[in-house]
Design a protein around this ligand. Structure first.
Ligand code: C5P
Length: 219
């Protein structure tokens, strides 16, 4: 296909979504928040999914279809007919998402959904395995990282901004646990692609990170 894909991977709360939105707006293409896809699936399936009888998970996944509309900051993701909204933006749903993200049928389903979208739309795709597994041929790949304390504080401010106050210490513990689970799972673990550009944003502003990304993409 002749779509253009840029990938941004990294741990929780590192600013992937912000960078994906900014870059998508700059390039005039859509962004794909694949963490939101895992969160929306986890939200829809509920948290008993680990105990389901064989076959039920595949059947339930068969009823799910993702679609994308618009571009730049106005990109909208839908699960079936429903906009994926802020109800999935809690650390609790993040942990459910991380749990279902270890399940093979879920990963297989979302990988094809993401690749299908990538065939139809040019994308800035952000997540954990965009550069390694889903879009290994992408011409530009980034891996963002930052100290867990810095990431917890940013996520804390973001949740506060959405009117969902959180406990900073608890948030940091949960993020650390989720990263550890994401880094150590057997399938599609969180890690940089060999050809990814690494950016540690612990001591950088948003503007500096974006400038670095633009510099690479625009050559
Ligand atoms: O990025 P976000 O925090 O919204 O992602 C939620 C969870 O979804 C992650 O902790 C991870 O377990 C899972 N995920 C994944 N692969 C992706 C994106 C997210 O496994 N590409």
């Amino acid at each position: 296909s002749d779509t253009m894909i840029v990938t941004i991977d990294g741990p929780a709360g590192v600013g992937k979504s912000t960078m994906a939105r900014l870059l998508a707006a700059e390039l005039g293409i859509a962004y794909l928040d694949t963490g939101a896809m895992f969160r929306a699936v986890a939200w829809r399936l509920g948290d008993g999914v680990q105990h389901w009888e064989p076959g039920r998970l595949e059947e339930e996944l068969g009823w799910i279809e993702f679609s994308l509309e618009g571009s730049g900051a106005e990109t909208r993701l839908r699960l079936n007919r429903n906009l994926v909204g802020d109800e999935i933006r809690t650390e609790e749903v993040g942990m459910w998402a991380s749990n279902v993200a270890t399940m093979l049928p879920v990963r297989g389903f979302l990988k094809s959904a993401q690749q299908n979208l990538g065939q139809r739309f040019s994308l800035v795709a952000e997540g954990r395995d965009m550069g390694t597994v889903v879009f290994p041929d992408a011409p530009h790949k980034f891996f963002l990282d930052a100290d867990v304390k810095v990431r917890a504080k940013r996520r804390y401010d973001q949740l506060n901004g959405m009117g969902k106050p959180a406990d900073l210490k608890a948030l940091e513990a949960s993020i650390a646990k989720r990263d550890e689970q994401d880094r150590n799972r057997a399938v599609a673990p969180l890690k940089p692609a060999d050809d990814a550009v690494l950016v540690d944003s612990s001591a950088m502003t948003k503007e500096q990170v974006f400038a670095r990304i633009l510099e690479v993409v625009k050559g």
